[in-house]
Write a protein that binds this ligand. Structure first.
Ligand SMILES: O=P(O)(O)OC[C@H]1O[C@](O)(CO)[C@@H](O)[C@@H]1O
Length: 541
């Protein structure tokens, strides 16, 4: 692998691959050569430092890394999450062909389908008003209580598919900060609210604490007996849910082979299903399944997740770019960057390979972003003229849900195209100076000002274009990014499916609570922690 990385570096230098502007100038066919489509979804990577030689090396890299073999291991239920001895089968949750998927010799599809059917029945009951609250009133508000993968997927997806939202209002509470649940409870009435307690493990302190607060909210207003009518749960830990006191017929299970950050396709998607209905939820699964099939069958040079992952790896390890910006030109994808932060950084933010040795080179980049055009008026300055190169990933639909505002959508499209063009082309000193002198500035002053108006250009971006953000298109987009993370993880030679890096802080927080509450001394903690405990205690009212 390292040999191919070295070859990528030397080839990029020898072929001047990073001079993207020159590549466009010399090849009018560049877009045709370096873009791929699957149905209405097109990925344009012509504005990256890729040329025929680099592409050939990336294909070689995928082969050397054994990506195709690992991909089959994942789809066929091999326990590739070896540190937890688990298969990784979120793809089974959207396996719309229903072909058997075996885990330890047992087909998981009957269970998957049974939970999906139970979710559908429950969601329809809430949506139609046949499942009522304790006082006989229909449910008008659903509050999902979860964190990480038990929150980010549902909240991001419910927002993304807002045009399909015809069920009760949806709210999401995640933070242990009491402000989050307090502000949410002000918006809802106990009699007409359903709380979904969503936790894979059913031990997460944030979720359990918020769930207890919500339970008091219902019990104080309507009595203890009412609680069962206003709660349901989603978890893999059915025994723990029973101990919380939620009725068995209001519990929707999933399995340890579904990672938290890959769980939106499971019963964790219940708030989304209640919001948009089971049929649209099914289209969302269909879209992901279409991407799974594409990922599994398309040749590497035409395979969207493969190319996205290979270019991501190339950016990180051959070109040394430390971050990437996710820039959806779609307000409804405003939480997509946050969702991808967990998906990507919790999966690939590791420093140890599957052999237990340090990662050679770099693993996952910092992922960040905001929707356009808001980002343009905030941090794009740095992307265009800063000293770090930040590969940008743009996404835009050809059609919006507001045909009456077509002129606004055309403006949005013009903006996204302008950004990728500006990043690639830039503006030379001569061009900048001419603009100034054309406006009447004298030569000396123009020489002084022009350097500040130079854009180096050659800044890479990938643009995704699709028809419209339907449930199908959205499911396909999320699955595309999941598989990209997979491809990069294989190339980094890490286990993308555990998350031990979140444990230490959790353990220390548990130990620090009695110290913060003043029940135990801070002795034994470092002097900074002791000092902060003391300062906070001094301010405590
Ligand atoms: O669904 P749970 O078990 O409450 O976990 C929530 C989140 O916490 C994490 O374990 C990280 O702390 C995530 O991986 C997970 O999505």
């Amino acid at each position: 692998m390292q040999a191919i990385v070295e070859k990528l570096k030397s080839t990029a230098a020898a072929t001047k691959a990073t001079d993207i502007r020159a590549a466009f100038a010399s090849d009018p066919q560049r877009f045709e050569k370096f873009s791929v489509s699957a149905e209405d979804l097109t990925m344009d990577f012509s504005k990256t430092a890729v040329n025929a030689e680099i592409l050939a090396l990336l294909v070689e890299l995928a082969e050397a890394g054994g990506v195709a073999e690992k991909r089959e291991d994942m789809f066929s239920g091999v326990a590739i999450n070896f540190t937890e001895n688990r298969a990784v089968l979120h793809t089974a949750l959207r396996n719309r062909t229903n072909n058997p998927v075996l885990v330890d010799g047992k087909d998981v599809m009957p269970d998957v389908n049974a939970v999906l059917a139970a979710m559908g029945k429950f969601a329809e009951g809430i949506r139609s008003g046949s499942l009522k609250g304790a006082t006989g009133k229909a449910i008008t508000d659903v509050v999902n209580i979860g964190i990480g993968g038990s929150d980010l997927g549902p909240v991001m997806a419910t927002l993304a598919l807002a045009p399909y939202h015809d069920g009760p209002r949806a709210h999401f509470v995640s933070n242990i900060d009491g402000a989050h649940i307090a502000d949410t409870l002000k918006l809802v009435e106990p009699e007409t609210t359903l709380f979904i307690v969503a936790s894979k493990t059913f031990t997460t302190i944030e979720t359990m604490t918020n769930a207890q607060t919500a339970r008091r909210f219902v019990a104080d207003a309507l009595g203890d007996d009412a609680v069962q009518h206003h709660f349901c749960a989603v978890s893999t830990a059915l025994d723990k849910v029973a101990a919380f006191g939620i009725d068995q017929d209001r519990v929707f299970g999933f399995w340890d082979w579904v990672g938290g950050r890959y769980s939106i396709w499971s019963a964790i998607g219940l708030p989304l299903m209640i919001a948009i209905g089971p049929e649209n939820f099914g289209h969302f699964l269909d879209g992901a399944h279409a991407m799974d099939t594409h990922f599994r069958t398309a040749p590497t040079e035409k395979n969207l997740p493969m190319l996205l992952g290979l270019i991501g790896y190339y950016h990180r390890n051959a070109l040394g770019y430390p971050t990437r910006a996710i820039l959806p030109y779609d307000q409804r994808l405003s939480r997509f960057p946050a969702y991808l932060q967990q998906l990507d950084m919790e999966s690939n933010g590791k420093g140890v390979t599957i052999d237990g040795t340090p990662v050679e080179g770099q693993s996952g980049p910092v992922v960040w972003g905001e929707p356009g055009t808001n980002g343009q008026h905030a941090f794009y300055q740095l992307i265009h003229q800063g000293t770090s190169i930040i590969p940008a990933e743009f996404m835009i639909a050809a059609n919006s849900f507001e045909p009456e505002l077509r002129h606004q959508h055309d403006l949005l499209i013009a903006n996204v195209l302008a950004q990728s063009e500006a990043l690639m082309k830039g503006r030379t000193f001569e061009e900048a100076k001419k603009q100034l002198t054309d406006k009447g500035m004298d030569d000396r002053q123009a020489d002084f000002i022009a350097p500040h108006r130079v854009f180096t250009g050659n800044r890479p971006s990938i643009t995704f274009v699709y028809d419209k953000l339907t449930p199908f298109a959205f499911g396909r987009l999320v699955a595309l990014y999941e598989h990209r993370v997979f491809v990069e993880g294989v190339l980094f030679r890490i286990n993308s499916f555990d998350q031990w890096g979140v444990e230490l802080g959790k353990e220390l927080a548990t130990g620090l609570l009695p110290v913060v509450e003043g029940k135990e001394s801070a002795a034994g903690h470092d002097s900074s922690t002791q000092g902060l405990v003391k300062t906070l205690a001094g301010l405590k009212k």
